[in-house]
Design a protein. Structure first.
Length: 88
């Protein structure tokens, strides 16, 4: 199995930001908006707090050691939240 097969077979795990965007588009919701809320910690080890918002009912926050990581974690958390709501 080559690495490109792994990427395509599990794309939503690999790229939750894309998966969240596709989920929103399929439901005619606005695209996810990512906002940097805070940067804390020492200069050599910053912690980024990001909020992702789809609408008033769909938003969450996450932190990470980079903006990209925090955005990815926030997208994954929001995707899990909306999929859980849909399955109820």
């Amino acid at each position: 199995v080559c690495s490109s097969d792994l990427t395509t077979s599990n794309d939503s795990e690999m790229n939750p930001k894309s998966a969240l965007q596709e989920w929103a588009m399929a439901r005619k919701l606005p695209l996810p908006a990512y906002e940097l809320l805070e940067v804390s910690g020492p200069d050599h080890a910053p912690v980024f707090s990001i909020e992702v918002v789809l609408s008033d009912s769909y938003k969450t926050r996450a932190t990470g050691s980079s903006k990209k990581e925090a955005e990815r974690l926030a997208a994954r958390a929001l995707l899990q939240m909306v999929q859980k709501k849909e399955s109820l």
